[in-house]
Ligand binder design. Structure first.
Ligand code: DX5
Ligand code: ZN
Length: 222
């Protein structure tokens, strides 16, 4: 049975001394995807992980690896991340002047193609490529760090993209990323998001990873 909602656990808040164990704990707790935040210290003010970590995640789990590329010139890195085992390669529209070519290239590498929008970027920019993508990711924080506060002003954009996808009868996933917790997951779902990324509220949850995942799931499925 295909689940109507998915949880993508962002390892940005994981304990990297025990990365494999933490991923396996999240998998056991019922997360659907593992989200890997790639940052280059230029497009966003932080440096994080490269293909080497994606490759380590690939050895730790068979769950889909949801790779979010917060980098300038992502097209230079697509092949390395695909080879490392990425399932979804999601690029920022703000970094892709030749977005059709970039999406095509992701597909040729055998990955699902995602497009992500910063909170300040208009959904209209997506329209020409919406029929080509497998996933749209809306950021509900300015990217760079986990543990930031959810921006509710992004919800009308989520709703507008949901309507467009429905109009197109598109099976593309609509994903939301940033500040997702027990409270914010509900308005995000009501606005039309179907995939929920969470770092802090899973890997830093005081009761542990399983309890954090369970709480998010209970807000979606009751
Ligand atoms: C933000 C990243 C997010 C981040 C989310 O730059 O794209 O994926 O890990 O972290 P939380 O869930 O803690 O806001
Ligand atoms: Zn992310």
């Amino acid at each position: 049975m295909t689940a109507s909602y998915l949880i993508s656990a962002s390892i940005l808040s994981a304990d990297f001394t025990r990365l494999g164990e933490q991923i396996q704990e999240a998998e056991k707790a019922g997360v659907d995807w593992i989200h890997v935040d790639v940052m280059d210290g230029r497009f966003v003010p932080n440096l994080s992980m490269g293909p080497f970590i994606v490759e380590a995640c690939r050895r730790a789990t068979s769950l889909p690896l949801d790779v979010h590329l917060m980098v300038e010139t992502p097209e230079d890195l697509l092949e390395a991340f695909a080879k490392a085992g990425a399932t979804n390669l999601t690029v920022h529209i703000e970094t892709c002047p030749h977005i059709h070519r970039t999406i095509q290239c992701i597909h040729e590498l055998g990955c699902k193609a995602g497009i992500v929008l910063n909170p300040g970027t208009s959904a209209q920019l997506l329209e020409p490529v919406l029929p080509m993508v497998d996933l749209v990711l809306v950021l509900s924080v300015n990217p760079g760090f986990s543990g930031q506060t959810f921006l509710p002003e992004v919800m009308p954009k989520v709703a507008a993209i949901r309507s467009k996808l429905d109009e197109l009868n598109s099976p593309a996933w609509l994903e939301i990323d940033g500040g997702i917790n027990r409270d914010t997951i509900v308005p995000a779902m009501q606005a039309g998001a179907r995939v929920f990324v969470a770092a802090h509220s899973i890997f830093d949850y005081p009761g542990g990873i399983a309890a954090g995942v369970q709480l998010l799931r209970s807000r979606l499925w009751g």
